[in-house]
Design a protein around this ligand. Structure first.
Ligand SMILES: *Cc1c(COP(=O)(O)O)cnc(C)c1O
Length: 411
């Protein structure tokens, strides 16, 4: 069966008391057992039964299983936010004395998680420019526990050459962790590109409605953790097998000790989102492409950045890696910061809001908001210009969106 059919068809586990066709939301902290033996088997991992919802829950497991079906991963862990998924992935591989080789161009909280939170615990982070594979190579050594990057950076929209980074990292026995939030896992296989751990803010495309926060940690099961530089994973690899060590750590150590499993309510909403994810993505990315093309000839716009446009240096890389359009977000540059504010103030169909890949179109001025607390010099180093506006395209008719952009520019 095709992935889309599998998503729609995978049934909720029977028997359900009422034969429910849609997945019920199991809001129960604890689960009851028929015997002391059954209870012991569940708690000690000898049976797959649910025992307590901090560790697993039927509604959350249903979402995880569907994502597993689409991606071919060996395990999926659904968490309370994208940041929780990123934290889990890095907590699972790092230890005091080890280092992470991370991209200089990352979501702001990923930067501060590594620099401040993990840094305070003795983990070193080496920020390098992933556009230059030699910089990445030079930063990796025998204390490197992971490389970490976003497949397409935001708001610069640099596209990472994933195969090249993975080859380099794997040659040095280093696992690859990629934040793939910008293109849904229904559209491309991170596994085929050599990504070991995929982390996703499911708050974005998977939710669609922009309702609840969620994150997914997807373990592709291709890395042999007995070769990693992480002592805890090497040790687990000798007990559970090399490819299962990270999943074992996440499911038995982190979920239990850290908490942060996704709530059943969000798992329910994201399961609904997942059913139409691919259809929404194709519509939204087609609309983004259409608008980016038309914006190139609108007066008042000096530059349009979208990696599918002719002349964009990443066009071929996008086609060869993702076999799809590069997401539903693009940026435009106008004459001045004042012109950017005026443009945003005059929008009437597109909303003034952060978030990405909502069903509604959203506009934001990154320099004065997401990056507003950085100095101009820091913004410049990160490639964030004060003339840039980021547009995330939703499900409105693209002609209505184009008209809105044109009238806001004229005003
Ligand atoms: C939004 C986002 C995050 C953080 O996700 P939350 O669900 O808000 O915690 C991480 N990475 C990227 C690329 C994002 O866009």
């Amino acid at each position: 069966m095709n992935a889309q059919t599998k998503i729609i068809k995978s049934p909720f586990q029977k028997p359900d008391a009422h034969g429910a066709l849609a997945m019920p939301v199991y809001y129960s902290a604890a689960f009851e057992f028929p015997s002391a033996k059954a209870m012991s088997d569940a708690f000690c991992g000898r049976s797959p039964s649910h025992s307590y919802s901090r560790i697993s829950n039927p509604t959350v497991a249903f979402l995880e299983d569907r994502v597993k079906t689409v991606t071919g991963a060996i395990s999926v862990t659904a968490l309370t936010s994208g940041m929780a998924a990123i934290s889990y992935s890095l907590l699972a591989v790092s230890a005091a004395g080890l280092n992470i080789v991370a991209s200089k161009h990352l979501f702001g909280n990923s930067v501060s998680l590594m620099r401040d939170t993990l840094g305070g615990l003795g983990v070193e982070v080496r920020f390098v420019d992933f556009r230059d594979i030699n910089e990445v190579a030079a930063a990796i050594d025998d204390k490197t526990c992971a490389v970490f990057f976003e497949i397409i950076t935001n708001p610069q929209l640099f596209v990472t050459d994933i195969r090249a980074v993975a080859r380099l990292a794997h040659d040095a026995s280093v696992p690859v962790i990629a934040d793939t939030t910008i293109i849904p896992f229904t559209e491309f296989s991170s596994r085929e590109l050599g990504v070991d751990i995929e982390v996703v803010s499911s708050t974005k495309y998977v939710s669609g409605g922009g309702t609840g926060l969620g994150g997914l940690l997807i373990d592709n099961g291709i890395f042999d953790w007995s070769k990693s530089h992480t002592p805890a994973l090497k040790s687990l690899a000798s007990k559970v097998s090399g490819r299962l060590a990270l999943t074992a750590r996440v499911k038995t150590e982190l979920l239990t000790n850290v908490g942060a499993i996704m709530t059943p309510q969000v798992a329910y909403m994201e399961t609904l989102g997942l059913e139409a994810l691919s259809l929404r993505y194709r519509q939204q990315s087609q609309s983004a492409f259409f608008l980016a093309q038309h914006c190139q000839s609108l007066p008042g716009i000096s530059r349009v950045n979208y990696a599918a446009l002719d002349g964009n240096p990443y066009k071929e890389l996008v086609e060869s890696q993702f076999h799809s359009l590069p997401g539903a977000v693009f940026t435009i540059d106008v004459a001045s910061p004042e012109a950017a504010f005026s443009f945003i103030d005059h929008l009437s169909v597109i909303h003034r809001a952060t978030n990405l890949f909502d069903n509604r179109s959203l506009a934001i001025h990154p320099a004065s908001t997401i990056f507003g607390r950085f100095t101009p010099a820091q913004r410049e180093a990160m490639g964030v210009l004060d003339t840039t506006i980021r547009l995330s395209i939703g499900l409105e008719d693209p002609q209505d969106l184009l008209a809105d952009i044109a009238q806001a520019l004229n005003a």
